[in-house]
Design a protein around this ligand. Structure first.
Ligand code: PMP
Length: 437
């Protein structure tokens, strides 16, 4: 720089300014302790043209089956056996309305400001107590997320990238399937039977494909309603440790059992920090709250928190509403009412299904959760049943919506959580007529 300035009688400051300008424009670059270099640039004709508007048209992610069901539900109101949501009519909403004083919450400045990234400390503390897990003792071990779907999304993002294999029990919750597919993961399906995931099949898959994680809903599974037996829970944990492959446990329905409580979660049996546990208030309270949580080993949660930072904390107002509900209401009494209500709905649907057994349908009555997974006789096609049901004002989900690839599935999924018992009876009369045809 000094030589150039002297030769050309240009001041040093001018030279430095010029070089800075060239650097800002990306025409040169500097290496510390070495000097400045000309940036090799491809000739203009070699820079491939890029049209961002074209790209928007080319790379549309696939439509989720949830969106597809919304579309099918159309504008007329239908009896809804399709969506795995709590009922709109329910005491869940009235309980919530009674105990959450929104005016009072809004008057508090705290409600308007962000909580720490990991969620409201008091809420996290309550979650720790409520979960009652031996290994989870401090609020630092919990991150509050925008529904469990966000927890699953962050988890998947940490554990896998496009092209990686993941082991998923099949059929599977379509929110999870859609996420894994959109992320370009290779889904290795693990079959299920009445006792949940076939861990004997899983073993071969772990040895052969070394998937990045195992995704499972071991308790009151969506869509089948099956619950993983205790023996298989222990085997699954043993395999996870042996092959050093983590388990992602989605426990959305745990608290909604009809008779005896659910078997212990994988997380509570996990001795080695191999389970990433996610849960949600969507089934016990309201999916619109968008509140869920994740707990795992500390290093894993640190990774979650880093990614969560990119999206800022979960809705503070929703967290305040939930806290107010917990403090002013009685959570256990609320859960008990919810269980009773879902049990009544399940019984009403079960009554009609029992009478339909002679038509050749088969199913395992669920012990909790939201679903009947009904196998149809050979001559009945799920797509045709769906079309006829819609034409007669009933919406349901077909088995193929829960598969990772297109295949015929002789199943329909009937969700009883959404409608009050009278509507369930009306909808089931419509379905009975279709199945008896
Ligand atoms: N996990 C499972 C197994 C589910 O069935 C559902 C809802 N259908 C969810 C998660 C969605 O939970 P959230 O609303 O908390 O994202």
């Amino acid at each position: 720089e000094r030589t150039l300035a002297a030769d050309w009688e240009v001041s040093r400051n001018t030279m430095v300014r010029a070089l800075t300008e060239l650097e800002d424009e990306g025409l040169i670059y500097s290496k510390v302790g070495s000097g400045r270099y000309v940036q090799p640039l491809p000739p203009v004709e070699m820079i491939s043209p890029f049209d961002w508007k074209d790209r928007l048209l080319q790379e549309t992610p696939p439509v989720s089956n949830f969106t597809e069901l919304l579309r099918l539900s159309g504008s007329d109101s239908k009896i809804n056996f399709a969506f795995g949501e709590g009922g709109r009519h329910t005491l869940l909403t009235s309980d919530f309305g009674e105990h959450v004083n929104v005016q009072r919450i809004l008057k508090h400045a705290d409600a308007h400001y962000l909580t720490p990234i990991n969620g409201h400390p008091e809420l996290r503390e309550w979650i720790v107590d409520m979960m009652n897990l031996v290994q989870i003792t401090s609020p630092e071990q919990v991150v509050v997320t925008s529904g469990s779907q966000e927890a699953l999304c962050l988890t998947t993002n940490i554990l896998a990238e496009a092209g990686d294999a993941v082991a998923v029990e099949m059929p599977a919750f379509f929110g999870a399937l859609h996420l894994f597919q959109a992320m370009g993961l290779r889904i290795i399906p693990i079959p299920m039977d009445g006792e949940g995931m076939r861990v004997d099949v899983l073993e071969g898959v772990l040895a052969r494909f070394r998937p990045r994680f195992i995704y499972t809903i071991p308790t009151f599974h969506n869509p089948t309603g099956y619950t993983l037996s205790m023996e298989r829970r222990l085997k699954l944990l043993e395999l996870s440790e042996r092959y050093n492959i983590p388990i992602v446990e989605d426990d959305a329905y745990r608290h909604l059992h009809f008779e005896e409580a659910a078997p212990p979660s994988l997380k509570s049996l996990d001795q080695h920090g191999n389970v990433i546990y996610i849960n949600t208030f969507s089934k016990t309270l309201s999916p619109g709250l968008r509140l869920g949580w994740v707990t795992a080993s500390r290093p894993f949660l640190q990774q979650i928190a880093r990614r969560k930072e990119l999206m800022v904390t979960t809705n503070t107002l929703a967290q305040q509403m939930l806290l107010s509900f917990i403090k002013e209401g009685d959570w256990n009494a609320h859960l008990e009412k919810a269980r009773q209500q879902y049990r009544c709905q399940a019984e009403m649907m079960g009554e009609y299904l029992r009478q339909l057994r002679p038509t050749g349908i088969s199913y395992t009555p669920p012990r909790g959760g939201f679903y009947y997974w009904v196998a149809l006789p050979e001559h009945k096609k799920p797509g045709e049943i769906l079309r006829e049901a819609i034409a007669n004002g009933v919406l349901l989900a077909t088995g193929d919506m829960f598969l990772s690839r297109e295949a015929d599935q002789p199943f329909i999924r009937l969700c009883f959580s959404h409608e009050p018992v009278e509507q369930i009876a009306t909808g089931m009369r419509v379905l009975s007529a279709i199945l008896k045809e």
